[in-house]
Write a new protein. Sequence first.
Length: 266
Amino acid sequence: GHHWPSRTCYYKNLCFVNGTWNFLENDLYSFSPDDLRVSLGGMHYGTIYSWEPIVVKENLESFRSLPYRAGLYFLYMGYNGENVGHILGDELLPLYKGLLLFGLEHLASELHVIRYLNLDVPQGDCDHPRWKNQGRNYSESCQRHYKELPKLLTDHPVQTLRDSDRTSFCVSDVVAGIGYLTDHCWDHYLHGRKNVPDDPCNIGAANSIWQFRRYVLERFHLKTNRDDNRESIKVLLWQRSDGKRWPENTPELLESANQTIDRFNK
């Protein structure tokens, strides 16, 4: 059960019924709810993104009359949608990574994305009072971003679904679980200002980032003069003008980065 933050799962036969997600179990496998538990967002805020459907083993016929939605779906929770960088790195990128895990990246342009909204998770809800009471109306930029930026990934607009919605439907193919796929991940790093040994976040993720980049460029018929197979790497560090979020141990980080780059470039 403790592995749920790092899981990405492919679910068959999920039904949303008046605010509750139900997993329709078949005769081949038996699951407990914790077996199906994942994180619908990055692990920056710990367990608040925890999600698991109810396992339904009896009276399955009662679900057959519900509306059926065809296609491949990805269920997730948003993260600070007023910030373009967060939508790119903590929403669209991990959705693409999730498809890569199951060899489904060829369906990215046809993906149906459901942004699940929960009153306990204000970070994912543009209409939450948190965004409307900060001097300027962040919810306006948040709504605009969710309307435009997902076009980088899919032809379909993002669907929003609240846990309070009184609606019912079923989908046969759903991917969920991006806890360790987001750029923010489990933010012990404090935006890179802290080194956490043996933390698996983003380890080995470079190739998937390049694949996502290539996918977006090709999707919009843009050309790049750089090949994905890097023969050498460079690292760029920049400092905000207000001096915030600048690591105190910058010399040590630079030395470590240079040693890593030297090993790679040899």
